[in-house]
Design a protein around this ligand. Structure first.
Ligand SMILES: O=C[C@H](O)COP(=O)(O)O
Ligand SMILES: CC(=O)C(=O)O
Length: 216
């Protein structure tokens, strides 16, 4: 489960940039570009061999950005993410072994859900903040509103991810059910590899502007 502090920081950020990175040397300039654009939270996915080194580099070089590890699929990855300095962890799905292990070793963690049964399992395991994945494919905010209605009184929050972009993010952020949204469009892997820092900064700034308007 997430700690209250991390949950608050995620809510405050509103947007989590989801990153898959090929070269750890690009991690700090990428995080700085996002930060210049106003992004305050990153999820670095453990999908590439460079991911753990990238987490270490960002924690050292850009310590004031909230940094999570994504695509945590094994308990070994929980340990590795924590050792690299990740402040929280997430996954596309719900694995009770990983939730319990993350709690045991002290990694604030949010599992992924996409059905009412998943939500109930997450609640049973103490997780009130959950990823919603793959959000747009399952009907986006319309599906989330209907699906979350029976659990709203329990104070749950979602981080929708999967298919989000500048065009649909406002529909999510105007809902109190949504703690923050996540997306890879903010810093695509090929743009990072091309070192398009100005482009990443501009995309981040555009998203931050939309988020501010949606929450106003
Ligand atoms: O697998 C999930 C992606 O990393 C995040 O979704 P997205 O690429 O649609 O933003
Ligand atoms: C999709 C997602 O939430 C993850 O890879 O962690």
């Amino acid at each position: 489960m997430l700690t209250q502090k991390i949950e608050d920081q995620i809510r405050e950020s509103g947007i989590i940039a989801v990153i898959a990175i090929e070269d750890a040397a690009d991690a700090v300039p990428m995080a700085q570009a996002l930060q210049r654009g106003g992004i305050t939270a990153i999820e670095l996915t453990l999908r590439t061999p460079a991911a753990l080194d990238a987490i270490r580099a960002i924690r050292e070089g850009v310590p004031d950005i909230l940094l999570g590890a994504g695509t945590i699929l094994t308990t070994e990855q929980v340990d590795a993410a924590l050792a690299a300095g990740a402040q929280f962890g997430v996954a596309p799905g719900l694995n009770s072994r990983i939730i319990e292990y993350a709690d045991k070793v002290g990694l604030p963690f949010a599992p992924g859900v996409m059905t009412p049964s998943d939500i109930e399992r997450a609640l049973e395991l103490g997780c009130k903040t959950m990823k919603l994945f793959p959000s747009e494919s399952i009907g986006g905010m319309k599906t989330l509103s209907t699906m979350a209605a029976p659990y709203k009184h329990l104070g749950i929050g979602f981080i929708p991810l999967g298919g989000l972009n500048e065009g649909n993010m406002a529909s999510y952020l105007s809902s109190p059910l949504v703690a923050a949204i996540g997306g890879s469009w903010l810093a695509k892997t090929d743009r990072i590899s091309a070192k398009d820092w100005d482009g990443i900064e501009a995309t981040a700034a555009a998203a931050v502007k939309i988020a501010a308007e949606a929450k106003a």
